[in-house]
Design a protein. Structure first.
Length: 145
């Protein structure tokens, strides 16, 4: 049996969605986890909370209800370890990650992903994106000024 890892899966296993025969039906059609982790203002990785994730998650929850999106749970999450790209969310069962900035982004994710079943490609994150290199470049630029 393979050892568990916290590294992202970069290549999907063809034909596997993680379910097995006999598994119960999904409890939620979609489960959204919005990182609301907060770090010190001077922390080099930043934090989703500093990007307004708490208010935006609250807005998303209210809008989902207002739009009548059924079978969806929008939860607060601790650190999802993509701090440099935050605020971030992940939507299951698909495992699609988004970086978002404002209510317009939230509205688009609600409409395109949760209502229409599509993807908001301009906001999607790929497994190779962690934002750490971008933050290092930003810190070097700030230090040089």
């Amino acid at each position: 049996m393979a050892e568990p890892t916290s590294e992202p899966v970069t290549e999907p296993v063809p034909g596997e969605d993680g379910s097995r025969p006999g598994d119960p039906a999904l409890y939620y059609r979609a489960h959204v986890f919005c990182c609301t982790n907060e770090r010190a203002k001077d922390h080099p990785r930043g934090s989703c909370a500093r990007g307004g994730s708490e208010d935006l998650r609250g807005y998303m929850k209210k809008q989902a209800s207002k739009l009548g999106i059924k079978g969806t749970r929008i939860n607060i999450a601790g650190c999802l370890d993509r701090c440099e790209l935050g605020p971030v969310m992940v939507i299951y069962p698909e495992g699609v990650w988004y970086a978002y900035r404002d209510k317009d982004d939230i509205d688009e994710i609600l409409r395109v992903h949760l209502q229409e079943g599509g993807r908001v490609e301009r906001l999607m994150l790929t497994p190779d994106q962690d934002g750490k290199e971008e933050k290092r470049k930003e810190r070097r630029k700030d230090a040089a000024e």
